[in-house]
Design a protein around this ligand. Sequence first.
Ligand SMILES: Cc1ncc(COP(=O)(O)O)c(C=O)c1O
Length: 361
Amino acid sequence: MAVPLFDTSTPLIGLREELRAAIEAVLDSERYILGPQVSAFEREFAEHCGAEHAVGVANGTEAITIALRAMGVGPGDEVIVPSFSFYASAEAIPPTGARPVFCDIDPDTYCITAETVRAALTPATKAVIAVHLFGNVAAVAEIKALGVPVLEDAAQAAGSTTGDGLPGALGTAATFSFFPSKNLGCFGDGGMITTSDDQLAERARILRFHGSRDKVSYEQVGYNSRLDELQAAILRVQLPHLHEWAEGRRLAGRHYEEAGLGDLVGLPRPVAGSSPAWHLYVVSHTEVERLQGALAAAEIACRSYYRTPIHRQAAMRRWGANVELPATEHAARTHLAIPMSPVLSRAQADEVAAAARAAVG
Ligand SMILES: Cc1ncc(COP(=O)(O)O)c(C=O)c1O
């Protein structure tokens, strides 16, 4: 039985009529940019996270750039960011004028910690980007206790929870991506900034709209970066189901544990106090190529996401040269994402475990 890496369509089958109606209502309204759907979704998403404000933007990458600028990050500043993440986590920093400073991760959770951030702190540090990688939730409170503002990159962590609250309400601000494969995905590009800081939210609103409040006077050099009405309407239909989909992702993780996968490969470990809605289910093995080849031969989709860490990408050479991050290098060499979705069944998990057992058991 072939097992896909994601399944973004099955969870939407029962919502198709509602989605069509929502799209049609936008067509009827003839409002496409910054209208009632975006405002309503911003309110609903802020409430979902437990934040005061949500500001819809064009994608999760610009969400980071705009949030950093709204936090006051600019030329001459340093922003600490993990190198084991999607490239955009760091790519979003140079457009602010600041420089990325790469830090290491905890090898078990793939997230940054207060300890790994401390090693990268300097008097020029203006912010830390805590990436909630693969749906795990970085220990934001411990990082904040170092005395530096934290921007959560929660692109992969919609639906995850912690004892301290939800991603989106843990740091000074947070950013989300609604890229179609995400835990909460739209039908194109979309992003969000959340914060409980009134002034930060106001600055983000101005920045996403050409640096203007009214498109008459321009107080900043900003961006044209807005979530659109169609995507907001689509996301409003889906948001009430996020919790149930997150539970499905947690259950899929338990299926893997019960199938005995943990005896064969390293399983992802939740950060203490967090309950991840796994976006990607990333296992590790020292002979990961053998595992990858065997899974692929058994028609089980799998993928290494970040084989080359960000600090070793050509575009980051200026900031990444001479940086040594042993846990990042190890994770980059040994990780492998295996199938994960809200509807991954025990039978599918058994199939994956059997193929893994045949390869590395
Ligand atoms: C951790 C992380 N940060 C940022 C982004 C950027 O989001 P987008 O693709 O919406 O620009 C993504 C996803 O694509 C991501 O996974």
